[in-house]
Design a protein around this ligand. Structure first.
Ligand code: ADP
Ligand code: MG
Length: 699
């Protein structure tokens, strides 16, 4: 149970005064996973990415174009838009002792402007300076204040990542209110470390960051940022170590077979393995045979052929009479794995079953009986696999696909359904080697870097959205040739009706031209409808599949050879790469079209990277670099798991410190019972690594 002292931090943001039913959903959207409420801790850990200097500049004459400045000015004259020409802005001429400044308003709220800036009044105005006709102007000042209001203004204004409809000032106020709710917390870090690094306390660090006293204070290398990043990494490393300890304690067992089933399975495959696949299979074979537990990460780009390697691992386990379970993060994926693997399993007479939240009634109880009695050897499913009602006679191998979507406790739950269960984790997130540790802990790694032979490069093009009609038109030819096309629309949040409407509308427009060859799939659809949409497309009943990112991970339709991504600038690099990986799997030459809206610097860099390379690892490195530059939105969209504060490229030195620290602490205090241990438990709760606490027991 979470210590009650932390309760205020886990209260919903809507419990703050001033955050009512209208604002709360905006905070939820910005800060919480889909379907959940944002809490004060989420708000506090949502750090500003920069600050605007609002200190007074005394000299208009020295103002520099395109810089933000704050000036004390006297209002000289009003120049309203001429009658009937509302598009000409309302100008207000002001001055200080050194120069003049026009304030420019495109707003029609004339009365408000006049009341705010009466002639002769002294005002503090803050905003970006422009030069127009050799004269200084400020278009829509950020602030127009009386002297006493300005006196109360903090010198630096924190700038946060936002979401549509949420105004900076609302978020700033909420963050300030949240700061006042932080309880008194015991220091969990080593006092010597704190002294050496001159770090502020956790609470002081949050206060420094939300009320910065300089711009530098927000830099990734500034001490408050580093302190918090360290806390996060330390909590993560502790959780991983505790889990690793637990795994090690439960002895493994040796699983070897005579090789017959494996050979039979290999004989039924329509292709031969790549060298990298063979090496991975060998690694796994050795691990299974060894008396220790396997804890192996199978890392390979989309389409590199991990699934079939995992299948062979399951066949090896079956040879020594053990059952296997493969857990996928979504129902679509579980179903697809099942459908792809079933023919191979059938061919060598291994019984295989699918178990997701949707299998109900007789089908479900039959599946459960098969697993409990051991007549079923292979189970494919979603997290439904580790529900209590699911029992295995003799589970020996757990394969987890795309594991960062599962928590540590889910992995453990599955592992505990058998004896000394060997673990194989598959990920298509091409995490640079240096970071594998951070995300996966102490695992052995098999890397499949090579793609199956015969894959052709994907022709990637980027076009502005204005040319969308051309693209729609250009699909005629490939459709005549029988090719299949994905059309992906961005969906920031599956629960968002606005975005859903856009996807549905896209499907409608395409249907006007291409009729019932157009299918639609999105996350809000019912399971059965989703399946139907996917299988219609897989079997060629539909030829264009309009989709949200539900197709992002793992979906495999080799006949699909064109990928169109609308508003490509809204996707993270990793996501774009995953999406593009859906094509280029068949014999045909594939192409990918990135349709982009207005591009910021980072959006442009992402699209350039996509055009430059198809190597997932290179893309991952680039992604890290770009996100390291403080693309706050990108972090949540990019598909990189787990961290809110630590920036992998900037804080990698901290990671090894955190690791050593965690190791040393657990060596001295394995059950976290010392005074520091107690405080560290609080830290684990704060960063929601509480599943680790179950491993050490109550304090
Ligand atoms: P991943 O799981 O790594 O994304 P998959 O296992 O889904 O990749 O493989 C992608 C496609 O390539 C599948 O259709 C699979 O049957 C095929 N495939 C896998 N290995 C090979 C190989 N060695 N040669 C040819 N095709 C392969
Ligand atoms: Mg896959």
């Amino acid at each position: 149970m979470r210590p009650s002292i932390l309760n205020p931090l886990f209260a919903p943001v809507r419990s703050l005064s001033g955050i009512g039913p209208k604002l709360a959903p905006l905070f939820d959207r910005l800060l919480a996973p889909q379907g959940q409420e944002a809490r004060l801790i989420d708000l506090l850990l949502h750090l500003p990415h920069c600050a605007i200097d609002r200190r007074l500049n005394t000299n208009l004459g020295e103002a520099v174009a395109s810089e933000t400045g704050t000036y004390e000015v006297r209002v000289l004259a009003h120049k309203p838009s001429p009658p009937g020409r509302a598009r000409v802005p309302y100008r207000i001429l002001t001055e200080d002792d050194t120069d003049e400044l026009s304030l420019v308003f495109f707003s029609t709220q004339r009365a408000r402007i006049e009341a705010m800036l009466p002639i002769g009044a002294i005002r503090f105005v803050s905003g970006k300076i422009d030069i127009f006709d050799n004269k200084k102007q400020m278009i829509h000042p950020d602030l127009v204040l009386h002297a006493d209001a300005y006196a109360k203004l903090p010198p630096f204004e924190p700038v946060y990542g936002l979401t549509a409809g949420l105004y900076p000032r609302v978020l700033q106020k909420a963050s300030q209110a949240a700061l006042t709710k932080i309880p008194t917390l015991e220091e969990w870090s080593d006092p010597l470390l704190i002294m050496r690094e001159k770090w502020p306390s956790f609470t002081a660090a949050l206060k420094n960051l939300h009320s910065p006293k300089s711009k530098d204070e927000l830099a990734p290398e500034a001490s408050s940022r580093v302190r918090l990043a360290y806390d996060e990494l330390f909590a993560g490393q502790l959780a991983l170590l505790l889990m690793r300890e637990r795994m090690k304690k439960e002895a493994g067992t040796s699983r070897t077979g005579d090789g017959q089933l494996v050979n039979a399975a290999l004989g039924t495959l329509p292709f031969s393995f790549t060298e990298a696949q063979k090496a991975a299979v060998q690694d796994i074979k050795k691990d299974l045979a060894a008396p220790e537990r396997m804890l192996r990460l199978l890392q390979g780009d989309v389409g590199s052929g991990k699934t079939i390697v995992a299948f062979l691992a399951m066949v090896m386990a079956a040879e020594s009479r053990w059952q296997s379970a493969l857990m996928a993060p979504t129902e679509i994926l579980a179903r697809q794995h099942y459908e792809r693997l079933k023919p191979f399993a059938d061919a060598i007479r291994l019984s295989i079953v699918l178990l997701t939240g949707r299998e109900k009634g007789a089908a479900r109880s039959q599946a459960l009986t098969g697993l409990a009695e051991g007549t079923t050897t292979l189970a494919i499913g979603t997290h439904a696999l580790f529900q209590e009602s699911v029992e295995f006679k003799k589970l020996g191998l757990a394969v987890i696909d795309e594991q960062h979507r599962f928590g540590v406790h889910q992995r453990l739950a599955l592992a505990h359904k058998g004896e000394a269960v060997d673990m194989l984790v598959m990920t298509a997130t091409p995490i640079p080697r240096t970071l594998v540790l951070t995300y996966f802990g102490d695992m052995d790694v098999s890397l499949i870097r090579e793609k199956p032979a015969g894959r052709k490069p994907i022709d990637t093009r980027a076009l502005p959205l204005e040319r969308i009609d051309e693209i729609v038109e250009s699909l005629r030819r490939p459709l005549q040739e029988g090719r299949r096309i994905y059309w992906v629309c961005p969906l920031v949040d599956e629960s968002e009706d606005l975005d859903l409407a856009a996807v549905e509308e896209r499907a409608e427009t395409l249907r006007k031209i291409y009729g019932d060859r157009v299918g639609l799939v999105h996350g809000k659809m019912k399971g059965a409808d989703k399946d139907r949409a996917m299988s219609d497309f897989a079997f060629g009943k539909t030829k264009i599949l309009v989709a949200t990112t539900v197709i992002e991970v793992g979906v495999d339709v080799p006949e699909a050879s064109i990928m169109i991504i609308e508003h490509a600038e809204r996707f993270g690099l990793a996501q774009l790469h995953q999406l593009r990986g859906r094509v280029g799997r068949g014999a045909e030459r594939s192409s990918c079209v990135l349709l982009y809206g207005p591009l910021g610097e980072i959006g442009r860099a992402r699209i350039d990277t996509m055009r430059k390379t198809e190597d997932g690892f290179e893309i991952a490195e680039e992604d890290l670099k770009l996100r390291g530059e403080g693309d706050v939105l990108g972090t949540r969209q990019s598909g990189m798991p787990g961290f809110r504060l630590a920036v992998p490229t900037k804080h990698s030195a901290l990671l090894s410190m955190a690791r050593d620290d965690a190791k040393a602490l657990l060596a001295k205090d394995p059950k976290l019972q010392s005074q520091r241990g107690e405080a560290v438990r609080t830290l684990l709760y704060l960063f929601e690594r509480d599943e680790a606490i179950r491993l050490v027991g109550a304090g």
